[in-house]
Design a protein around this ligand. Structure first.
Ligand code: GSF
Length: 202
């Protein structure tokens, strides 16, 4: 199978980490979905990455559908629990982390527009979402080693990928000092080859 993604996408990194943790071999095709001649719309009508293209040509998107599929491919090292309440908690944290990433991507794109076309109100709205989301993630983690139970789950992976994206695009956001527990989690995740090998690069 082939994963089509950019090397900056937090959602693409989430999928790469899950594929690596599940030891599922894949080919990586790097694409920038923002370019006018991007081939991404041919495999995803939404024009977004990541997209997982299966051997039979089926396109799987978005990242939440891809990770669900990949987690079921092998019975080892499940990253999404089967028990309904635990599953809901893990997917809830993933939704929160992805939502913070959505707000961060929105701020990044707005700030790329010419200064006179940027909306201060829109930026404020997105920034508030971003900081509220970080606060909620920090509270959910508390002093626990992982978001749920004694092992890493998709919740930790999604949160780590979002934090890595903030580090790339918004080095001025002091999330490490505001939320030392999230910093500790990120540093722990970065000891794993899956995270080290998918650090976002421009
Ligand atoms: C988000 C994908 C996305 O926004 C997911 O896969 O989880 N909910 C989706 N991807 C961005 C790139 S990035 O900022 O990660 C993208 O492909 N944007 C292209 C566009 O035209 O919006």
């Amino acid at each position: 199978m082939k994963l089509v993604t950019s090397l900056t996408s937090p959602y693409g990194r989430k999928v790469r980490v899950v594929l690596a943790e599940k030891k599922v071999p894949f080919q990586l095709q790097v694409e920038n979905p923002w370019l006018p001649d991007s081939p991404v719309p041919e495999i995803n009508p939404l024009g977004k990455v990541p997209v997982l293209v299966l051997e039979d040509g089926v396109s799987v998107f978005d990242s939440r559908v891809i990770v669900e599929y990949v987690d079921h491919l092998t019975p080892v090292a499940h990253l999404i629990p089967g028990e309904p309440k635990s599953r809901m908690m893990v997917r809830g944290v993933e939704a929160l982390a992805d939502g913070v990433a959505d707000a961060a991507v929105a701020v990044y794109l707005e700030k790329k527009r010419p200064a006179d076309k940027q909306s201060a109100d829109w930026l404020t709205l997105q920034e508030r979402t971003l900081f509220r989301g970080l606060e909620a993630l920090s509270e959910a983690l508390g002093e626990k080693p992982w978001f749920l139970g004694n092992t890493m789950t998709l919740a930790d992976i999604a949160c780590g990928c979002m934090l890595g994206y903030l580090g790339l695009r918004f080095p001025e956001i002091a999330w490490r000092s505001a939320h030392p527990n999230l910093a500790k989690l990120y540093d722990k995740l970065m000891t794993r080859p899956s995270f080290r090998e998918s650090v976002p690069v421009v």
